[in-house]
Design a protein around this ligand. Structure first.
Ligand SMILES: NS(=O)(=O)N[C@@H](CCC(=O)O)C(=O)O
Ligand SMILES: [Ca+2]
Ligand SMILES: [Ca+2]
Ligand SMILES: [Zn+2]
Length: 309
């Protein structure tokens, strides 16, 4: 359980309950599955939102992943907000109805359920980042594109950015990898766009993270420009600061680099509220959840729109 004053944050079991409720409330447009198991055996839920959700239709697919980093609890709320908004709004909000009818939206609210659970104590928080494997791994350094290439992660098992002993050595990254790979249908990756939510700093980030160069193998000038234009446009709606992720700092083995380079998925990282702070920046009071999740409504809609291009 979260400390009483932060009771509106969802624990893992409360997250599962939210998913169950959405599926019960909206059976035609919600299909809940699993990407696989975490290190400690927790299911990693994947929720699909679409008309005729029980069948795979030839519609552009968009993926939202949250809570790779344990202490970034506001991001799980972001994914649950997307789930609630695109189900409760169906049939009443014309834009939401159009999006759900013309897209397949995938939501993974807790990529790291073990870490998210471990971070919360009865009286406060641990500031935990990684997963809960024997030697804990920074999931956002464990993806398999340019893994460990460039000083954007640590090889020291005691460091917070420890990349693991090998790409996809963490069950959580390999589960989400397997899910994404399962969306290659008829030889074509059906997911066209993705946001990985993090906190904090209020940023919109795009690949590559492993190099500071704008263009590199697998990223042409035109492709970079598309990322930058969409990144800037989305940042224009939520007031975040847009930049290539390596402009912040070099990261290797990040989810964005893998999603783009291996699957051609237009993959962004959003760093949520607050814009600055220290340890407390990871733990904004639950009073801000509604405001800071709906702050991204227009950006989410923009990505869903772009996914069809
Ligand atoms: N959420 S965070 O860990 O403070 N920042 C992210 C930034 C992600 C990125 O630069 O691609 C990370 O270092 O994985
Ligand atoms: Ca509902
Ligand atoms: Ca559909
Ligand atoms: Zn993070």
């Amino acid at each position: 359980e979260f400390p009483p004053e932060d009771g509106d944050y969802h624990t893992y079991s409360e997250t599962l309950a939210e998913i169950e409720e959405a599926a019960t409330d909206h059976p035609g447009i919600v299909d809940s599955t699993s990407a696989g198991s975490s290190a400690l055996g927790r299911d990693i839920p994947v929720v699909k939102i679409s008309d005729r959700a029980d069948i795979d239709e030839a519609e552009p697919e968009v993926l939202f992943t949250c809570n790779q980093h344990a202490r970034e609890h506001l991001t799980a709320e972001m994914c649950l907000h997307i789930l609630r908004r695109y189900t409760d709004g169906y049939g009443s909000d014309p834009e939401i109805t159009e999006d759900v009818d013309s897209r397949e939206i995938w939501v993974v609210p807790m990529v790291n359920p073990d870490g998210a659970t471990y971070d919360v104590t009865r009286t406060g928080y641990r500031g935990w980042r990684r997963n809960r494997q024997g030697t804990p791994v920074d999931l956002n350094r464990n993806w398999g594109y340019q893994w460990g290439c460039c000083g954007g992660s640590s090889g020291n098992p005691s460091q917070p950015t420890y990349r693991g002993p090998a790409p996809f050595s963490a069950p959580e990254t390999s589960a989400v990898r397997d899910f994404v790979e399962s969306r290659v249908v008829g030889g074509r990756q059906r997911i066209t766009a993705h946001i990985d939510f993090h906190s904090f700093s209020e940023l919109v980030l795009w690949p590559y993270g492993y190099t500071t160069a704008d263009t590199a193998p697998g990223m042409t000038r035109e492709q970079y420009r598309r990322f930058a234009e969409l990144g800037n446009a989305m940042a224009g709606t939520n007031g975040y600061t847009p930049m290539q992720s390596s402009d912040l700092y070099v990261t290797d083995g990040s989810v964005n680099d893998w999603m783009w380079a291996e699957h051609g998925i237009l993959s962004f990282t959003f760093e949520m509220y607050p814009g600055g702070g220290g340890f407390d920046g990871f733990y904004p009071p639950d009073e801000v959840i509604q405001r800071e999740t709906s702050r991204n409504d227009e950006a989410v809609a923009m990505l869903l729109d772009e996914a069809g291009n």
